[in-house]
Design a protein around this ligand. Structure first.
Ligand code: AMP
Length: 142
């Protein structure tokens, strides 16, 4: 399965924020959308990513005043992305090696989607179930 197929079913919408947005604003957006990460865009380019894990770390380091900090002061700048023609297995490996749960999808320099660990697990299970069904059919029919 390739990422384009997953985007087709989940949609291309990606929650984004600006580098100057505060962590308070970002936290509200993560909570209201029930998502775990937000991509930071600057002039249409991906400048970074902030996940709930970054926010927890910053609160641990700075206390409640961390929420007044700006996205640019807490985001991960070196964002690893994939393209629509990457396979599910490749993205799974990227997440495992990089120890993160979100991978933005880029096409010609533009952000066209985001894949979360939840999407990966859901589609991986579907793939495995399909394989099991095919195997059972094969064994049943000889
Ligand atoms: P997550 O597991 O997605 O909550 O992220 C764990 C850590 O990895 C956080 O510091 C994120 O900012 C960072 N991170 C998340 N996604 C990516 C990515 N695609 N590329 C680089 N860093 C990331």
């Amino acid at each position: 399965m390739i990422i384009a197929q997953i985007l087709k079913s989940k949609g291309r919408g990606v929650m984004t924020a600006a580098p100057a947005d505060t962590l308070q604003e970002i936290t509200l957006r993560l909570a209201s959308r029930k998502i775990g990460a937000i991509v930071i865009l600057e002039n249409g380019n991906v400048a970074g990513i902030i996940s709930e894990r970054d926010i927890i770390r910053l609160i641990a380091e700075h206390g409640p005043k961390a929420l007044d900090m700006q996205a640019k002061d807490g985001m991960t700048r070196n964002v690893i992305s994939c393209t629509r023609d990457c396979t599910l297995d490749e993205v799974m490996e990227t997440m495992t090696k990089g120890r993160f749960r979100h991978v933005p999808v880029m096409e010609d320099g533009a952000l066209v989607g985001i894949i979360s660990i939840g999407d990966v697990v859901k589609h991986h299970i579907s793939e495995v179930e399909l394989e099991v069904t095919a195997m059972r059919d094969y064994l049943a029919t000889g």
